[in-house]
Write a new protein. Structure first.
Length: 527
């Protein structure tokens, strides 16, 4: 039994225990030696906690298992048991909404993943899925912790399984802030968006040394798997920035455009941009001559709120634009052909890029707006042998499978199979509009005339004059702006200046749309 005389001693002991706790927590927060921190900064990199502070709202971070330590032995590990075990996990808020996060601490074991390290990540991933909140990973690690053997590899398996379980349920964002090699690179590849920082982040399955040994090719880490490589060539990276602060600020912006989970709609915000704002500039931006290029980004700027949008995969497959924006404060996903690049044709990479974006929008209840100015699929042996049929079918499948509101607008030309694939009415677009400059047809007039009137042209005294007359005849019969409207293939031909108002009112009507897919385990999309 405690006596009055004992109380002061116990109180002092309790205070001592609390002081010990604060000292341990401070040690965990501070991390390893100053030397390790200086080495991190010498590479132009922030520490894991500094990154979390930039990502989350000020003072909102709640850490989970900061005192976790590994229990491995051998190779000297039993003498080195730092708190956190090289990964910081927890939750906080971004713009007031809950977001879960884990960040590798490169100062501890080079951020390498061991059993305890992996268990912490598994736990925070499970928490994110159960809470229905986005998960952001701040990656800066050297792969599996070799000293722990296959236990580390099994840890990756648990991460991949949870990435897949969370796919289409909560937004998953991977931010590459250092190296990511081997099997570790597959987790970012399974997530919705990948951010990278130039010069400091790299992703590859086999590094330069292995490449040199196997193939004899000499290449640097950045040349093999740097931000620009993945943003322009491979398409692995959706966003690339010059510094960490800018990168993390853009992650915050992206999160503001996404719902917390697949059961919610994206957050809406009040807009001061009038719904009925006229887009007279569009008449000058888009030439009536279908052979003249223009920048589709300027069209998007004219119709969205305040001209602001976030382009996804800006530097990969540049012949198609995928972007997130707002119209009357509501989030919308935009897919648009880009006449400035390859005349806006669809090819293998453009089809893959747009298909994944359509699937993402559909998974997270984001209405889809498609702006068409497409001359067809890119012809060529490389495209055919590379599987343009299979890859083009991915985009077709994604659109046909999407149940969110879908609206398409034909600005100028929309030819052949590419017209059908780009969310035409026949594959389920809810509303289809066209400008009076539209040309919806099986193919261009010149090509059609050469096929249909081949004999007449060949037998004519003046073949070129006959060809010109047949082209004009084909255009007047089958390619005038109202041909599709007369047959119900588009819902209306609209004044370009009224595009913003028409789209906003249409999206508002479709907001309560509900469409069910047939009961099935899952589809089998083309790969």
């Amino acid at each position: 039994m405690t006596t009055v005389e004992d109380a002061p001693a116990e109180a002092n002991d309790a205070r001592g225990r609390v002081a010990e706790l604060h000292a341990i927590r401070e040690q965990a927060r501070r991390g390893p030696s100053e030397r390790a921190t200086e080495a991190q900064r010498a590479k132009g990199k922030l520490t894991a906690r500094e990154r979390i502070d930039l990502l989350l709202d000020e003072g909102s971070f709640n850490e989970v298992e900061p005192l976790r330590r590994h229990r491995a032995t051998g190779f000297g590990l039993e003498n080195k048991k730092p708190y956190t075990d090289g990964v910081i996990t927890g939750w906080g808020t971004v713009h007031g909404r809950t977001v879960f996060v884990y960040a590798h601490d490169f100062r501890i074991f080079g951020g390498a993943l061991g059993e305890a390290h992996a268990t912490k990540i598994h736990k925070i991933m499970d928490m994110a899925i159960q809470a229905g909140a986005p998960l952001v990973s701040l990656n800066d690690g050297a792969g599996a912790r070799i000293q722990e053997g296959v236990s580390a590899l099994a840890g990756y398996g648990g991460i991949f399984q949870r990435n897949t379980k969370a796919s289409g349920v909560i937004p998953q964002i991977s931010v590459m802030l250092g190296p990511c090699a081997g099997g570790a690179a597959y987790s970012p590849a399974l997530t919705d968006f990948v951010f990278m920082v130039r010069e400091t982040s790299q992703m590859f399955i086999t590094g330069p040394d292995v490449v040199r040994a196997v193939t004899g090719e000499e290449i640097t880490q950045n040349g093999l798997g740097g931000a620009d490589v993945h943003a322009e060539t491979s398409g692995v990276c959706h966003f690339a920035y010059d510094d960490e602060a800018t990168c993390l600020e853009e992650v915050r912006y992206l999160l503001s455009l996404l719902p917390s989970n697949n059961r919610e709609n994206p957050p809406s915000v009040p807009s001061d941009d009038p719904v009925e704002r006229s887009g007279d500039a569009l008449l000058d931006l888009v030439p009536a001559d279908g052979n003249r290029p223009y920048d589709m980004r300027k069209v998007i700027e004219e119709i969205v709120d305040d001209g602001e949008f976030l382009e996804v995969h800006e530097r990969w497959a540049t012949n198609i634009i995928c972007a997130l924006s707002r119209m009357d404060g509501e989030v919308v996903g935009i897919i648009a052909n880009q006449p400035q690049s390859l005349a806006g044709v669809l090819d293998i990479e453009a089809s893959e890029k747009a298909a994944r974006f359509v699937q993402m929008c559909d998974a997270f209840n984001i209405p889809i707006l498609t702006l068409l100015d497409v001359p067809g699929f890119l012809p060529g042996v490389d495209q055919e042998h590379g599987g343009i049929i299979r890859h083009g079918a991915k985009l077709l499948y994604a659109y046909c499978n999407a149940t969110v509101p879908r609206i398409s607008v034909v600005l100028r030309k929309a030819y052949g199979g590419a017209y059908i694939v780009m969310d035409s009415q026949s594959i389920g677009a809810d509303l289809t509009y066209a400008w009076p400059t539209n040309e919806i047809a099986v193919m261009g007039a010149e090509g059609a005339a050469n096929v249909i009137f081949r004999k007449q042209i060949a037998e004519a005294d003046d073949p070129e004059a006959m060809r010109a007359r047949m082209v004009k005849e084909y255009k007047s019969e089958l390619m005038h702006p109202y041909y599709a409207a007369e047959r119900g293939l588009v819902d209306d031909v609209i004044d370009p200046a009224e595009t913003r108002e028409v789209l906003i009112r249409s999206l508002a009507m479709l907001r309560s749309k509900h469409a069910d897919l047939p009961a099935r385990k899952h589809g089998n999309p083309p790969q």
